[in-house]
Write a new protein. Sequence first.
Length: 362
Amino acid sequence: MRTYSAILVSGGAGFIGSNFIRYLLGPESGFQGLVVNVDALSYAGNLDNLSDLAAGLGGTRYFFERADICDRAAVEDIVARYRIDAVCHLAAESHVDRSIMGPEAFVRTNVLGTFTLLDVVRQAWRGRDGVWFHQVSTDEVYGTLGPSGSFSEASPYAPRSPYSASKAAADHLVMAYHHSYGLPVSVSNCGNNYGPRQFPEKLVPLMILNMLEGKRLPVYGDGRQVRDWLYVDDHARAVWAIMRGGRPGHSYVVGGGNERENLSLVERLADIVAEETGAGAELYRGLITLVPDRPGHDRRYALDSGKIRRELGWEPRMEFDRGLRETVRWYLDNPAWIERVRSGEYRRWLDSNYGWRQGGKA
Ligand code: NAD
Ligand code: TYD
């Protein structure tokens, strides 16, 4: 098993990044070194996600550096100053809807940013052993599925949104750096994550928060699109297992094994929120509104995680219904987090009634 002394986590102030850092510095990972969180604090970056941890371990095992991953000089300085020996790369523009409305930021951060990180470590790590670059990617690079079948590491890349195309480009660069320069790399392609601290533009937190505010629940198209849901802590364990034991130049598909149609997921969430708040489920189910579909909406994702199970002994632990309930409880227990997140950019964005939702009443 590999281990590292100083891990650069890009995008550590975001949803998955903050949960990954919490896992890494928690008791289960066995990691003894330090973590440097490099994040530009875009609208989705939130240091509240790590404030308790920063208060305890800040300056000893946890460090925050506000930097844009496209800023080569800043990244070079951080890699040298902390003597970084591993990168877990999560920083990205991550929302499909936004990528359809404004693709440029996705190409910049996801493609140019990944290139910059790769190129800095390629030079900094020349002749050095024991180093590793892990790219956190998505199942969306494989495109869309019909009613049957699932994606595996052998599936061809066929992205269909500016977001997934930019992630696919980044994955190709990561693998190219392995083949051309011998950089030890791995890629994980995971399904839809859910759990605490997710920015409420994504399906699960958007629906929970809209229920709590009595707002309509916008389900795109016929609501029969299928996603494979992965609890964020299970994802963190998978990424760490790959960083320690994965094969260089390999990718690993990571699925939670929870395929659900969007509409039935939102209905189940309505029931759970009702149980947790003591309201009647019909109150929330009654807010479900079918709205015009997302352009180019991928119909179905499903994942075959056989490789990571076989090679690294990873498997998801969280049962889906329990994970949803824990997520709902986290949002109910953290009104201050919600208030801060919902006050700035997010509110302006939602109020703009963007794109294909125009004509609807937010
Ligand atoms: P997120 O949007 O919550 O967080 C992204 C983070 O990156 C934010 O903290 C943001 O400030 C930071 N960032 C953005 N641009 C930056 C830049 N130029 N320089 C430095 N930092 C920058 O995203 P997330 O949901 O936590 O996703 C993390 C990673 O996992 C992404 O690479 C995403 O593609 C991938 N992924 C996410 C999911 C999911 O379901 N959320 C599924 C599969 C893969
Ligand atoms: P999302 O959370 O944006 O993740 P992704 O597009 O990466 O899968 O969306 C999950 C699914 O939920 C996707 O099929 C789109 C759908 N969706 C809605 O129906 N309504 C919404 O308001 C949102 C944000 C998503």
